[in-house]
Design a protein around this ligand. Structure first.
Ligand code: CP
Length: 315
């Protein structure tokens, strides 16, 4: 059987995205199963993570697989000079699938080219975060009832934000209108604006962020200004608090509008927004469990039909 990786969301067709959403829905109905009993999932996190690592590990555990891995490369033989290639080849000896986060853009693609087992990209530098994108798509689908014809407002660090880069690519199938709200230092990179033009995706750029702009949104996707991506910390200090979403800014928001955030948040959403019915970022993170159950199952060769016919459901 051909090896099946999950490295970039750009590889997924419209049909495949909708299929993965259906799979996530099945797992949300019955998250606890033993369909992956006997499998080993490795989680290699060369960069810090809370949600992505723990939700992948929870997904594997809830499906009956065993989990190995590390959350800090300092405890591995990388500190002795072992290359990424050798690390991947070693772990491929032990695990059926490797979930990897790495600070180098393209690291997951490279790993997929050398590993005999499937590679799942859990974030590569400022490049892509396709599993986050799947849970974002699932969250948008759940809250809007469709992925088609939506106004999606991306706010904050659009330069380094790999989640917004992945979302643009995935939404190309669904006729979105994007609004990019960022200071000029963190504006959407030209390559993604070019991508929009090449794929006929409408976008508008703003530097203002206020209730009148928010009023047009179906999805308000907030992002953190990522300190770890800045080489000049003075520049980070200048832009870190540039957009803070406050409760009173939601006064003109559409009823269906939901606020998403890949999390972690630092200061960009005031805590009183959490109680507002538009806030959806905590449920969004929970959707990550179901989306990642779908991703692991899919790369290991289980189909939607297999999941629907699965007789190992627990509880
Ligand atoms: N959204 C996300 O990637 O969160 P973590 O960095 O905590 O995994």
């Amino acid at each position: 059987m051909e090896k099946h990786d999950f490295v970039t969301i750009a590889d997924l067709s419209k049909e495949k995205i909708l299929y993965m959403i259906q799979m996530a829905k099945e797992f949300e109905m019955h998250p606890n199963r033993e369909i992956l009993k006997g499998k080993v999932v490795a989680t290699l996190f060369f960069e810090p993570s809370t949600r992505t690592r723990l939700s992948f590990e929870t997904a594997a555990n809830r499906l009956g697989a065993k989990v190995i891995g590390f959350s800090d490369a300092k405890v591995t033989s990388a500190t002795k000079g072992e290359t990424l290639k050798d690390t991947i080849l070693m772990v491929s000896n032990y695990a059926d699938v490797i979930v990897m986060r790495h600070h180098i853009e393209g690291a997951a693609q490279y790993a997929s080219e050398i590993a005999p087992v499937p590679i799942v990209n859990a974030g590569d530098g400022a490049h892509q975060h396709p599993s986050q994108c799947m849970l974002d798509l699932y969250s948008i689908y759940k809250t809007q009832g469709t992925l088609e014809n939506l106004n999606i407002f991306l706010v904050g660090d659009l330069k380094y934000g790999r989640t917004v880069h992945s979302l643009i690519m995935a939404m190309r199938h669904f006729n979105p209108t994007f609004h990019f709200i960022a200071p000029k230092e963190l504006a959407m990179p030209d390559e993604y604006k070019l991508y929009c033009k090449q794929h006929g995706i409408r976008y508008v750029e703003h530097t203002d962020f206020n209730e009148d702009i928010i009023a047009e949104a179906d999805i308000l996707y907030m992002t953190r200004v990522q300190k770890e991506r800045f080489s000049d910390l003075m520049e980070y200090e200048r832009v870190k608090n540039v957009y803070i979403l406050k409760k009173d800014m939601l006064c003109k928001a559409r009823q269906n509008m939901k606020i998403l955030h890949p999390l972690p948040r630092v200061n960009e959403i005031a805590y009183d927004v959490d109680e507002d019915p538009h806030a959806y970022y905590i449920q969004q993170a929970q959707n990550g469990l179901y989306a990642r159950e779908a991703i692991i199952s899919d790369v290991l060769g289980y189909s939607l039909e297999d999941i629907k016919n699965d007789k190992t459901i627990i509880g």
